[in-house]
Design a binder for this molecule. Structure first.
Ligand code: DGY
Length: 320
């Protein structure tokens, strides 16, 4: 029996590609060049399924143009804000994501952002790299410790909980707000807040771990910032479009916020110009899941969806 053909829009870790090639005829750019959406749609005509990434924005207009033969889309990401699920459902396209592989890796990056922001890591590194370190001094780049501080986690799903576990190891006091209250065993002593306002009022450190949805998009604005303690530190490893960049930048400039550690940005990779010269930021290029263990698992989860769909079963990580 001839193999099914699948389009994989980017190069993936070796182990993932090996599994994909063993099962399928893989169509892919060997040089990892980003495919434009028109190229994806054109290539889609000659394959049986798509394995895409968060870079391929499949909004309604794109899904409406998807060739009839495409009934399976699996995304190499936990996030699915780049996919219009309603439009997929309407076209009878089964969609799945990769929800588990990212958890620990993303929580680690959130922890790194918390530490790097509290201890002013980017300013220190800048001093070294620009050969401008005058030598040790008692008041040089003095930050603050994490222990005993209150960490407010907005979005207490798997990643939020994994961050809480790590932050407990640094003796932080964990607070959270989520539309779902976790049972005590999952909360592990984390203090639940009934409202976001209540969480904000205690959050000396505030971590954004919620998905991008119409309800959360741009929620982090000047009104929200005004409810945080003076000099709070904010980290975001979720999605950039949860943040109003103008308001965040103004608060960092005025000192209302002491520091921001950001791994994700609205409009990536063209981030808001205002961030480039702000010293009190610790900025990463969307590294959350960039650990080989995570990327392998993400790939396997994405392939599990495709395998199941071809076998006529429900995708294990079905979204639509
Ligand atoms: C995801 O999987 O959605 C992450 O943002 C990738 O790092």
């Amino acid at each position: 029996m001839s193999k099914k053909r699948i389009l994989i829009t980017r190069r993936l870790p070796e182990a993932v590609e090996a599994r994909a090639r063993a099962a399928y005829d893989v169509v892919q750019h060997a040089d990892d060049r980003q495919m434009g959406i028109d190229e994806v749609l054109e290539t889609a005509k000659s394959v049986d399924a798509l394995l895409i990434t968060l870079n391929e924005k499949c909004r309604k207009d794109v899904i409406d143009r998807m060739p009839e033969n495409i009934k399976i889309i699996s995304t190499f990401s936990i996030g699915f804000d780049h996919l219009d699920l309603e439009a997929c459902k309407a076209r009878g396209i089964a969609v799945g994501n990769a929800p588990h592989g990212v958890t620990v890796a993303t929580a680690e990056i959130a922890m790194l952002l918390l530490l790097g922001s509290a201890r002013r890591a980017s300013e220190g590194e800048h001093m070294i790299r620009t050969r401008s370190w005058p030598g040790w001094a008692p008041l040089q780049l003095v930050g603050q410790r994490l222990d005993g501080k209150k960490l407010g986690i907005y979005g207490f799903g798997k990643i939020g909980q994994a961050l809480a576990q790590r932050a407990r190891g640094f003796d932080m006091e964990i607070h959270y707000y989520d539309i779902y209250r976790q049972p005590a065993d999952k909360g592990k002593g984390a203090i639940y807040h009934e409202t976001l306002d209540s969480l904000l009022s205690v959050s000396q450190f505030f971590s954004i771990n919620a998905p991008s949805t119409p309800e959360t998009r741009y929620f982090f604005n000047k009104d929200v910032i005004a409810k945080l303690p003076q000099g709070a530190i904010v980290v975001n490893t979720a999605r950039g479009d949860l943040v109003n960049d103008e308001d965040m930048i103004a608060a960092l400039k005025s000192g209302r916020l002491a520091y921001a550690g950001l791994d994700v940005f609205a409009g990536e990779p063209k981030i808001h110009e205002g961030y480039y010269d702000l010293p009190n930021t610790f900025l990463f290029p969307h590294l959350g899941s960039a650990a080989i263990e995570a990327r392998n698992q993400m790939g396997f989860e994405a392939l599990d969806n495709i395998d199941a769909a071809f076998a006529g079963k429900d995708m294990p990580f079905k979204l639509a």
